[in-house]
Design a protein around this ligand. Structure first.
Ligand code: FMN
Length: 375
């Protein structure tokens, strides 16, 4: 940073740089993080969902990652208000979402989701489907009524992800993100706490990654070579915040390398605070390690723009470690390539425009009331 450069112009300059994810050029470095909203009755994203995403694209979000959307497998979800990525009406709704985001100047990928053993009571049309997972074990360690997946279940789910990815390309999306994070199905395979299998899908880290890698390969096989496949993963689980997939960079590499080899074009490393170093003896965060270990573009996430310190740093009143300067420094060092923003973008659809335009004084702190509407 030069002494004459203001935080505003520096933020605009660095965040406005385009970035390539395989064949897709994203116009800037700001992504919208995937956020389940449950505003799609019957699994169909309607006009309100369409304008919710398009509003953020029009205000400068370069890449929208949609809320998690269920793949076509009866056990994939449990709510009839979460959008589905299968079925004629549902896909027609999604095609309009993609078209509106494109018209607003943005790019968009659906986050393809299977919740696995997180499934509890299901609403129609899922009411009778069992919860399925690698070993029928929930993230909290209980067995409940879940079912360990058979060969046929594995093939059905692999096929469901591939079908959804093929449909995503067909109806105009710019890529796909596979939800491998937060203790849902793919993560249940990755994590030893939920994967006790003794076949080729359980055991060491490479074996636990085999199911997710087969999904990546199946997706890769049905989409164009330049169509980006993003893989989201996390150490933490929704029901176990302190859980970790990998204690060392070597353990992390054992998981990421097979996924990259299977065809992942970019990784989305989900953390709750992006500035926290992932391992000892290095400042790199999880996205930073991911990029270093795989050579693939990486997206970081976690509390960007949420707290008062971030806003004060924007206003030029010092630069705490989690402020904008630290984020920009990391982007400039190529620690990671993009920044995903979740709750701050729920709070304010204009967040990206304000940040890119240097209107930091117009940013407002996050209020959980933003969760209640699709404004
Ligand atoms: C209401 C809400 C819903 C979320 N739903 C999803 C989801 O469907 N898929 C996912 O991978 N992460 C989901 N997340 C996590 C976010 O993508 C993001 O990683 C998290 O909110 C941290 O980013 P933030 O601090 O900028 O909000 C959700 C978060 C929130 C607040």
């Amino acid at each position: 940073m030069t002494v004459t450069e203001s935080p505003a112009s520096r933020a605009a300059e660095i965040l406005s740089r385009p970035v390539a994810l395989n064949g897709l050029t994203v116009p800037n470095r700001i992504a919208m993080a995937p956020m389940t909203r449950m505003f799609s009755p019957g699994g169909v994203p309607g006009e309100d969902v369409r304008s919710y995403y398009a509003r953020r694209a029009a205000a400068g979000v370069g890449l929208i990652v949609t809320e998690g959307t269920y793949v076509g497998h009866d056990s994939a979800g449990q709510s009839d208000r979460v959008p589905r990525f299968h079925g004629e009406e549902q896909l027609a709704g999604w095609a309009e979402v993609a078209a509106d985001v494109h018209a607003a100047g943005g790019t968009i990928v659906p986050q393809l989701w299977h919740i696995g053993m997180v499934r509890k009571q299901g609403e129609p049309p899922f009411a009778d489907a069992p919860a399925v997972g690698p070993s029928g074990i929930r993230v909290d360690g209980t067995e409940g009524t879940g079912k360990a997946m058979t060969r046929r279940d594995l093939d059905d789910v692999i096929g469901a992800f591939a079908d959804a990815a093929r449909d995503a390309e067909r109806i105009g999306f710019d890529g796909v993100e596979l939800h491998g994070a937060h203790g849902y199905l793919l993560d249940q395979f990755l994590w030893a706490g939920t994967n006790r299998r003794t076949d080729a899908y359980g055991g060491d880290a490479v074996a636990r990654t085999a199911f997710a890698a087969e999904i990546v390969a199946a997706v890769r096989a049905v989409v164009s070579p330049e169509f980006p496949v993003i893989f989201r993963y996390s150490q933490w689980k929704q029901e176990a915040y302190d859980a970790r997939l990998a204690e060392t960079p070597e353990e992390l590499e054992a998981i990421l390398a097979p996924l990259a080899a299977a065809g992942v074009d970019a990784f989305h490393a989900s953390t709750r605070r992006y500035w926290v170093p992932e391992f000892d003896d290095s400042d790199l965060n999880l996205a930073g390690w991911t990029k270093k270990l795989t050579g693939k573009p990486a997206i970081t996430v976690g509390s960007v723009g949420l707290d008062g310190d971030f806003l004060r740093a924007f206003a030029g009143e010092g630069a705490p470690v989690q402020g904008i300067d630290d984020l920009l420094d990391r982007l400039e060092r190529d620690e990671f390539d993009m920044v995903a923003v979740g709750r701050a973008l729920l709070q304010d659809p204009q967040w990206a425009a304000k940040v890119l335009g240097g209107r930091f004084d117009e940013l407002t702190p996050y209020d959980a009331a933003a969760l209640k509407t699709l404004s």
